[in-house]
Design a protein around this ligand. Structure first.
Ligand code: ATP
Length: 302
């Protein structure tokens, strides 16, 4: 698969302070790629560089094979973005907002405006004033705006900020339908691990301006977690640690959690043989959040 976006060794130094340090990752055609990190990690600055709004101090960015430094216009023709908040004429309808863009770029066909409105699920409200839209509808209209020039790459900076859980779910469905119904790839930043895990195919995790991991989301969460419910939690925790060298933690439901990839038969037999009543044992996938805590040595995110 050909890369739609490639960042290679991007650094940014402002007034002697290194804000971004050797950032490299690539987004492939048809992917939803997550750019994940806590507040202040450098996500927005990286996205602004990809959108051509800031220059890197070092490194190379290319979009659909066009270097942002050397072929700026060609590279930018392939990018649509919402960085921070989308801007509209609130007193006008959604439709008129899109037609304003068309007035500036007559190359956009009227049929493309109509198709895009349908693609983002706004047909029923597009003739209403933007001031009457919910935040979720404004996000959809913002995406429609970004899609007007038929970009290959859509960049979204923390797109679900401020949306309620129902709005986040709808937005997730929208992004999934965009990539399956049009020839677009999406790069989105987020500080929400659960969100990235549910939407994205691949992820780059950034912290203090450095990429600490890039990986397919499915690989990141492959490690397996075991949860034991027992009648004597303290004794079971001690036995796991002393006899099997397993470090565990007790969750809010008083269940023991640990990361164990080995066969559990021997461990469970030892628990039972020592008189500890075993109520349930099950395996589950490690969440991205748990992985992040491991990668960062406990520094929390979000
Ligand atoms: N123009 C600037 N001059 C100096 N420092 C800056 C500038 N813009 C951003 N920074 C600093 O760069 C770091 C990264 O900021 P950035 O906004 O990219 O983070 P972020 O990961 O997007 O976080 P958030 O989600 O809070 O926006 C922060 O420490 C910020 O204070």
């Amino acid at each position: 698969m050909k890369d739609i976006l490639e960042l290679e060794g991007i650094s940014k130094v402002i007034k002697g302070r290194t804000i971004l340090d050797d950032i490299s990752f690539a987004v492939k055609r048809g992917q939803i790629y997550g750019f994940l990190g806590p507040n202040g990690a450098g996500k927005t600055m990286t996205l602004r560089m990809i959108a051509g709004l800031i220059r890197p101090s070092k490194g190379r960015i290319s979009i659909c094979g066009h270097s942002v430094a050397k072929s700026f216009v060609k590279a930018m023709e392939n990018v649509g973005c919402i960085i921070e908040y989308p801007e509209f004429y609130e007193f006008m309808s959604g439709y008129d907002n899109l037609m304003m863009l068309r007035a500036m770029e007559p190359i956009i066909e009227k049929s493309h405006v109509r198709d895009t409105i349908e693609l983002v699920g706004m047909s029923h409200r597009i003739n209403d004033r933007v001031s009457s839209y919910s935040l979720g509808m404004k996000q959809r209209l913002g995406i429609a705006q970004a899609l007007m020039k038929k970009p290959s790459l859509l960049i979204l900076d923390e797109p679900t900020n401020g949306l309620d859980p129902a709005g986040i779910k709808e937005f997730r469905e929208l992004l999934k339908s965009l990539v399956s119904n049009s020839d677009i790839s999406i790069l989105l930043s987020s500080h929400l691990l659960s969100e990235v895990q549910m939407i994205c195919d691949e992820v780059a995790i950034i912290m203090h301006g450095r990429i600490i991991r890039t990986s397919k989301v499915s690989d990141l969460t492959m490690g397996r977690k075991v949860i034991w419910q027992v009648d004597d939690v303290q004794r079971a925790v001690g036995l796991l640690r002393n006899e099997f060298d397993i470090i565990s933690y007790v969750d809010d439901d008083n269940a023991i959690n640990a990361f164990v990839d080995d066969d559990l038969t021997e461990i469970n037999e030892a628990l039972v043989n020592s008189g500890i009543g075993l109520r349930t044992v099950f395996r589950t996938k490690r969440t991205l959040e748990e992985l992040f805590i491991e990668l960062t040595g406990g520094e929390t995110i979000g």
